[in-house]
Each structure stands twice: as C-alpha cells, then as structure tokens.
Design a protein around this ligand. Structure first.
Ligand code: NAD
Length: 229
C-alpha cells in the first residue's frame, strides 16, 4: 500500500484528494486545522487525521516525523494547504503577508526537507516517490492586485517545485498543479454572486472546476505510468 500524507485534507480539493487515495487502497494521513471536518473526512474515508496548523513549524515537523516513524517512509506527499487574504496592499499588514507565506509556502519546504533527510538515511532507497504541490494559475498570471501575497506565494511554490525536482531526482518525482477556479464550498462562500458570474464568463468551459478534477490529475501523477514526469 502506498503511504500518503496530504496537508489540508479536511475540505475542498484536499478532501477530494484524500477520498481518491482512500478509494485507491492507499494508507492515507492528512492534517488540517478544522477539527470537525477533519474528524468527518477521516471517518468517511478511513484515513488518519492529525489536527495540525501547517504554519506551526514544530507541529508540522512532529506530525511528519511521527508518520515516518510509524510507517517507515512516505511514498507520496501532497502539499495542498493554501489560504488567501484578498485585500489591497494598503490594508495588508506585513504580518498578513508573512502569514500567507507561512501557510502557503514554508510548509512545502518543511515536509520536503524532512522527506529528503529521511530518504538519505535509508540504507535501501525507496525507488518510488511523489511530491505534488498545489499552486494556482494566480502564480502564473495576475488577476487582481488584491491577491498580492497569495500570488507571490503561489509563484514561489512553482520555483520551489523546480528545485525540489532537481534535489529529489531520480527517486522522487516532484510536480506542481496550478488549478484555475475550482468550485469548492469555501471558495464559493467567499464571493458575491456578481463576482462569481463574471469569473465563470472568463472560463473557457463556462463552469468552475470540480475538486475531483484536480484529484484525477493527482491520481495520474502518482501512477507508475507518470514515472517520466
Ligand atoms: P479550502 O479552503 O476549501 O480547503 C483548504 C483546507 O485547508 C481546509 O480544510 C482548511 O481547514 C485547511 N487549512 C487552512 N489553513 C490551514 C493551516 N494553517 N493548517 C492546516 N490546514 C489548513 O481550499 P481549496 O479551495 O480546496 O484549496 C486547496 C488548495 O488549492 C490551496 O492551496 C489553494 O490555494 C489551491 N487552489 C484553489 C483554487 C480554487 O479555486 N479553489 C484554485 C487554485 C488553487
């Protein structure tokens, strides 16, 4: 059974990924700050929930180290957590900016670093591995100046992915997915009708993506057939 760790797996895209792995008979652990949703997702999918805030470096490190100790290794890490502020620069404090980086970017470095150290210490290297980071089209294009911190974190995540791919080759393939507008409950709750209508009109297929559609891409990238990527 492939051993998987997903960050932010209680809701949204992360939950769809946890569901996909559980259906594929993997051993799945995920972390989240939302206790109620975390417990619920764990119950529904038979996965293991760790209540961890990824911006707390000690908690995240302890969680990953505990999983590595219990399972012997991790085959797949999905760095999915991401938050945004959606406020103009004049209303974004330096602390707000730091917070976005500490949730969206630094945890990817932390989980990857621990896996690299762990893999280096193994006397028989695991020939399989995948790290998948969830960035955003906001990391490639700029849509609204109000996402200044979010966009910077998502662009940096693409850069980090390039370096991690070099670092981990050839045993762990590292990829980044940059979704467009995905209609998760939290995403749809956050905006008014008018804004959402305008957004859908900009999307070529005239609808939001479904979280499951991101999970399908993850399923491809973790498959043996995607070993070249
Ligand atoms: P979501 O808000 O629906 O779910 C995020 C999950 O992460 C929640 O369960 C939340 O409780 C958890 N979380 C938030 N902060 C956390 C923290 N500090 N520590 C641990 N868990 C935390 O979000 P989503 O829409 O599913 O987005 C998932 C990822 O996809 C994010 O990185 C986001 O930036 C990216 N993304 C989303 C969209 C979209 O349109 N929904 C588009 C592009 C990229």
């Amino acid at each position: 059974k492939r051993r998987v760790f997903v960050t932010g797996g209680a809701e949204g895209i992360g939950k769809a990924i946890v569901e996909a792995f559980s259906q594929a008979d993997c051993l799945v652990a995920f972390c989240d700050t939302n206790d109620a949703s975390g417990q619920q997702t764990a119950k529904e999918t038979g996965s293991i929930f760790h209540k961890v805030d990824v911006s707390n470096k000690e908690s995240l490190e302890n969680c990953v180290l505990q999983i590595l100790k219990e399972w012997g290794d991790l085959d797949i890490i999905i760095n999915n957590v991401g938050i945004s502020n959606f406020s103009p620069i004049t209303e974004t404090s330096i602390e707000d900016f730091d917070k976005i980086l500490s949730v969206n970017l630094r945890p990817v470095f932390i989980t990857s670093r621990l896996l690299a150290i762990h893999r280096k210490a193994l006397s028989f290297p695991n020939p399989y591995g995948r790290i998948i980071n969830i960035s955003s089209t906001n990391g490639i294009n700029t849509y609204y100046p109000m996402c200044i911190d979010y966009d910077a974190s998502k662009a940096a995540l693409i850069s980090l992915t390039h370096n991690l791919a070099f670092e981990f080759a050839p045993y762990v393939n590292v990829n980044c997915i940059a979704p467009g507008f995905i209609g998760t409950e939290n995403e749809l709750d956050g905006y008014d009708e008018e804004f959402l209508k305008e957004e859908v009109e900009k999307i070529m297929v005239n609808r939001y993506g479904d979280p499951k559609e991101v999970a399908y891409l993850v399923k491809f990238l973790i498959s043996d057939e995607a070993d070249f990527y």
